[in-house]
Design a protein. Structure first.
Length: 203
């Protein structure tokens, strides 16, 4: 497995294990939610996932193209086979009072990410949920600093540590571009919803 995906996997699992989510008190787990949700997020990977392969993942921990690379009560991470160069994760965010769960299903480790949010109520009914609004690109730059004039940008919402992260993507007429940013933007789960957080950029 590439080092950056290994790091993301370990950090994601450790962040969940360190948080007092109360998952042990609930019958709702990442595994039970994965069994409930469609395989649509895997459509954004080269390997994809069929319903039959999904059942193999649940029963045996691996299928022809995927394996369960890590699992806790609130997280499942899937790595592609044989090279483990693609990863998909499911992360649960539990509502503090109404018994519902917000399930974030997203790709990890790439310059481009995809993310789905599903809300599962206490009765087990799952419905798609809206992701937070993407912050303006200016959020990532210090006051007065602007992007180079020949660069375009978009912002994606991705699965991150402690919640979701906003990930800027820059490009020019010749391809992808690297533009240093001053700030990081994320959405941290507070037990009821996601709160936007802007902090100085860290590598």
């Amino acid at each position: 497995m590439p080092r950056h995906i290994q790091y993301l996997l370990l950090a994601l699992l450790l962040a969940v294990l360190a948080s007092p989510a109360g998952a042990a008190e609930s019958e709702v787990t990442a595994r039970s939610i994965f069994a409930l949700l469609p395989e649509s997020i895997f459509e954004n990977t080269p390997e994809g996932l069929s319903p039959q392969d999904k059942q193999k993942l649940l029963s045996a921990g691996h299928s022809e193209f995927w394996e369960v690379a890590g699992e806790t009560e609130d997280v499942m991470v899937f790595a592609s086979l044989p090279f483990r160069d693609t990863a998909v994760a499911l992360r649960l965010f539990r509502h503090a009072t109404d018994g519902s769960v917000l399930a974030a299903f997203g790709t990890l480790g790439g310059s481009v990410c995809t993310l789905e949010l599903w809300r599962v109520d206490a009765s087990g009914r799952a419905v798609p949920a809206d992701t937070p609004q993407e912050p303006d690109i200016s959020t990532f730059f210090a006051s007065g600093r602007k992007m180079p004039p020949d660069v375009q940008a978009t912002v994606m919402i991705c699965l991150g540590l402690g919640g979701l992260k906003a990930q800027p993507l820059f490009w020019t007429s010749t391809g992808m571009a690297h533009v240093p940013v001053d700030n990081d933007a994320s959405f941290q789960w507070n037990g009821r919803n996601f709160e936007k957080l802007v902090q100085p950029h860290t590598d």
